[in-house]
Ligand binder design. Structure first.
Ligand code: ATP
Ligand code: MG
Length: 504
């Protein structure tokens, strides 16, 4: 057979032209130290900050310390088999997690692996866990409310979509309870919820999952869990992973609520990492970039402008204080990053005021503009009334002779306090909250004593629902409490009070 040189040359030329050469340079290094979830690697000269490294045993690590002779990295899925001399390769990628609808209703670890035994997560969409937040021009002001269903919060510390509201308080003061109630209240409201558990007991996370499932809230929620038994690196990346999962929905025009429970433990995990990496320690032994750790996370919660779909991420970070000290390092940091805080107090909690919100120390810096008009009109003086009541209550503790005005302020304050108490897992729709707050100040209510307030409103709300449900529908549709409805409520309260007093 004759060999056609021209043909061969053409074939070769074509192959050369079609050849796809990847220009990725893979660096290969060697583990020189491994322990406590940290490895030191020699020989990686072209590694990038935050790049994912692939270790010989299949584990992956993130390069955090780039030093002259070696690289310090944190191992994410350490199974204890890493040893000196193993090869480590750079991958050219940053850490990413699976995102998308497939995650809804699932419990995953910070790497996106399922923890709930419901099979694989079928998605081919991934997002990097550390991305810059939306730019200034991409944002729009907070203008829509995000109802928590808790009357004390929706009336006085309103939260808007895209806001970051800190929940702060000592241990066992109902911090998680507020976050869970808010998630439950998003049912049928077209809000996706992400609950990130950091450094908690596995049993607590299990409880949360069961409660969400029982109240039908798991379908629109994702739980990202790095429990106390997980390594510090996993706990460290958990909130960023959760945030990326939330961002996927936000950039598709959806509203998302994300809860970080809690950032104190997150800071501790990061401190552990930093000390193991031998970074210099600062105040309370936290590293110097501890502020940036939380600010870059919380800055990713935004309300996007309409051109980008108008989605939002509302963040409820939780911080635990020691003996009510909100001036400690982490609490002050996070207070200054967020748009307000809900401060919970042990004394109030123990005295039976639950949710134990200290109204005086709690604020919402942007949510007011997102509150519906009807709520603003009935809750306008609530904060002041309560402050006045508390002040007088302190002064009159020992006195016996009180004038009528003082007595009226005191009894009204007591009733308001009673009204703001709310059991767990029982969110109240905003229309009902408006009716409650309007009716409590009516003259007809003077005859009702403090101990009957809860029962009174339970029955009154039902009475309105049965006789004139249009009141609720009106508030929901127009966002206003019309004069007509006010008049009707006034008359209804009068006649209802009469029959109520006869019954008890
Ligand atoms: P931790 O510091 O352990 O995380 P926490 O501050 O998150 O605690 P929760 O776990 O939410 O507090 O609540 C502590 C206890 O108080 C729980 O047993 C919970 O059921 C109860 N609790 C919380 N809120 C209420 C409420 N509004 N009414 C009645 N009980 C409540
Ligand atoms: Mg908790």
């Amino acid at each position: 057979m004759a060999i056609d040189i021209k043909n061969i040359a053409d074939l070769l030329k074509k192959q050369v032209a079609d050849a796809q050469l990847s220009n990725q340079i893979v660096d290969v290094g060697e583990v020189v130290f491994s322990g406590d979830g940290i490895i030191k690697v020699k020989g990686l000269t072209n590694v990038k900050y935050y790049e994912v490294l692939s270790i010989q045993n299949g584990a992956s690590a993130i390069a955090l310390n780039l030093e002259e002779n070696e690289v310090g990295a944190v191992v994410l899925d350490d199974d204890g088999s890493i040893c000196q001399g193993m090869t480590v390769k750079t991958t050219g990628r940053l850490m990413s997690v699976p995102v998308g609808d497939a995650l809804l209703g699932r419990i995953v670890d910070p790497l996106g692996n399922p923890l709930d035994g419901k099979g694989n997560i079928n998605t081919n969409k991934y997002r990097e866990i550390e991305v810059p937040s939306a730019s200034i021009m991409d944002r729009s002001p907070v203008s829509q409310p995000l109802q928590t269903g808790l009357i004390s919060i929706d009336s006085m510390i309103p939260i808007g979509r895209g806001q970051r509201e800190l929940i702060i308080g000592d241990r066992q003061t109902g911090k998680t309870a507020i976050a869970i109630d808010t998630i439950i209240n998003q049912k049928d409201k077209n809000v996706i919820c992400v609950y990130v558990a950091i450094g908690q007991k596995s049993s607590t996370v299990n409880d949360v999952a069961h409660k969400l499932e029982a109240y039908g809230a798991l379908d629109y929620s994702i739980i990202v869990s790095a429990t106390a038994k997980d390594s510090a690196p996993l706990q460290y990346i958990a909130p960023y992973s959760g945030c990326s999962m939330a961002e996927e929905f936000m950039y598709n025009g959806k509203d998302v609520l994300i809860v970080y429970d809690d950032l104190s433990k997150h800071a501790v995990a990061y401190r552990t990492l930093s000390l193991l990496l031998k970074r210099p320690a600062g105040r309370e032994a936290y590293p110097g970039d501890i502020f940036y750790l939380h600010s870059r996370l919380l800055e990713r919660s935004v309300k996007l402008c309409d051109a980008l779909g108008g989605g939002s991420i509302t963040a409820l970070p939780i911080v635990e204080t020691q003996a009510g000290d909100i001036s400690a390092y982490i609490p002050t940091n996070v207070i200054s990053i967020t748009d307000g805080q809900i401060y919970l107090e042990t004394e109030l909690f123990n005295a039976g005021t639950r949710p134990a919100v200290n109204v005086g120390l709690s604020v919402s810096r942007v949510g007011g503009s997102a509150q519906i008009k009807a709520m603003r009109s009935v809750a306008g003086t609530l904060r002041l009334d309560l402050a006045q009541y508390r002040e007088l209550a302190v002064f009159t503790q020992f006195g016996s002779d009180l004038d009528n005005v003082t007595k009226a302020v005191l009894t009204h304050g007591e009733k308001l306090t009673e009204l703001l108490k709310q059991p767990q897992y029982r969110p109240i729709p905003v229309a009902k909250q408006v009716v409650m707050l309007y009716v409590i100040s009516l003259p007809a209510l003077v005859a009702i004593s403090k101990k009957h307030i809860t029962k009174y409103f339970e029955e009154f709300l039902k009475y309105v629902e049965e006789t004139n449900p249009a009141v609720y529908a009106d508030i929901d549709n127009t966002k206003l409490l019309s004069e007509e409805n006010k008049k009707w409520l006034g008359e209804a309260a009068e006649s209802f009070t009469k029959s109520f007093l006869e019954k008890i």
